[in-house]
Design a protein around this ligand. Structure first.
Ligand code: KG4
Length: 339
């Protein structure tokens, strides 16, 4: 029996729809929202309004690009949370209407679980190498930094998480201080490539178990800049690449030290990476090197699945469909959830 799922994602500032048939991606359409750039961060009300404008054309295009008729869709999977409530409401309400109109089930999807299961999205005509259970997923985004122990499609446990800022926030906040555009992560990544990662030393946190903290790094970063700018007001411009490289090296070291500690503790030899920060070139190569040194396997996501996308919602919907895990029309989105 063939299963075709429409996935819808609208948790933050990307409106996305995707079609997955039997776990294989047929289309993945993402409409970004440039309106937030001028504010240096996502403005929730503007995000909801943009989702309202985008949702119908984005879903329409996903179905068209997949080359299917909408009556071939077996279920609609939609992000329930966590995210911005107003943004989630747009996707969720649309999904309810769509499921009613076609008389098909609706499947609610946890955004973080979807990031984890993005490792299982298959692409047509490609060598689809997917992880085997159990594995550890390093989930790093603008709002989360977690180590997730994944035992099956349905069983996953957060074994480490940030107690304050997320890794993406550390990138973005430090970038803002240096006058880089929002979001700063990709800019730091680009500038770091020609910088000296050992030029500056930033403090690393001492946090118990497998948890993370990035707010101390932010403070260490601010103190360094303040002290050096007092000596030379052009310090940041003159040393931008070295500052970015040193900051990035520290963030990567913090992330991977705990991942390795967790891997040893739980006896795991496979890693996946997901979330927006998993696009970071330094993190990708450092994780690759770590895996080689410790005789582990690593599954790096294609860049198109690192940021928010509906393909990961659709693949989660696919497995929930197989498990008969459907929602009813009384379901509501919520801003905060845990896996
Ligand atoms: O998962 P995501 O798209 O959504 C949120 O959780 O908001 O992640 C966005 C985060 C931002 O903090 C952004 O700066 C970061 O991912 N990011 C990067 C890179 N690309 C995106 N951080 C470091 N290096 C990158 N290449």
């Amino acid at each position: 029996m063939s299963v075709t799922i429409l996935g819808i994602e609208s948790s933050c500032d990307d409106t996305s729809a995707a079609i997955i048939r039997d776990g294989c991606l047929l289309s993945n359409v993402i409409a970004g929202q440039a309106v937030h750039e001028q504010y240096g961060g996502v403005v929730p009300e503007l995000a909801s309004r943009a989702h309202q404008q985008n949702i119908v054309p984005v879903v329409h295009q996903a179905i068209r690009r997949a080359g299917i008729d909408r009556r071939e869709i077996d279920a609609v999977a939609v992000t329930q949370g966590p995210g911005l409530l107003g943004s989630l409401m747009v996707g969720f309400s649309f999904a309810k209407g769509f499921s009613q109109g076609l008389d098909i089930p609706i499947i609610e999807v946890n955004h973080l679980q979807a990031h984890v299961l993005s490792a299982f999205i298959k692409k047509p005509d490609q060598d689809n190498n997917t992880p085997r259970f159990p594995f550890l997923c390093l989930l790093v985004s603008g709002g989360n930094s977690q180590i997730v122990l994944v035992r099956s499609y349905y069983q996953m446990e957060i074994v480490g998480k940030t107690i304050d800022d997320a890794a993406g926030e550390a990138f973005d906040k430090c970038a803002k201080v240096m006058g880089l555009p929002y979001p700063g992560g990709p800019h730091i990544d680009r500038l770091a490539q020609t910088g000296n990662p050992d030029a500056f030393i930033f403090n690393k946190p001492h946090i118990a178990d497998f948890d993370y903290s990035f707010s101390g790094l932010k403070t260490s970063f601010l103190y360094l800049l303040r002290d050096r700018i007092i000596e030379d007001e052009h310090f940041v411009e003159k040393n931008l690449n070295d500052i970015c490289a040193s900051l990035q090296k520290t963030i990567i070291a913090i992330l991977l030290d705990k991942l390795l500690k967790a891997a040893k503790h739980f006896g795991i030899q496979q890693f996946t990476l997901s979330g927006g920060v998993s696009a970071n070139s330094g993190l990708r190569s450092a994780l690759h090197d770590l895996a080689q040194r410790h005789n582990c396997e690593v599954f790096l996501p294609p860049l198109e699945f690192t940021t928010d996308n509906a393909a990961m919602v659709a693949i989660t919907g696919h497995y929930k469909y197989l498990n008969g895990d459907f929602a009813n029309l009384g379901a509501v989105p919520f801003a905060r959830t845990m896996i």
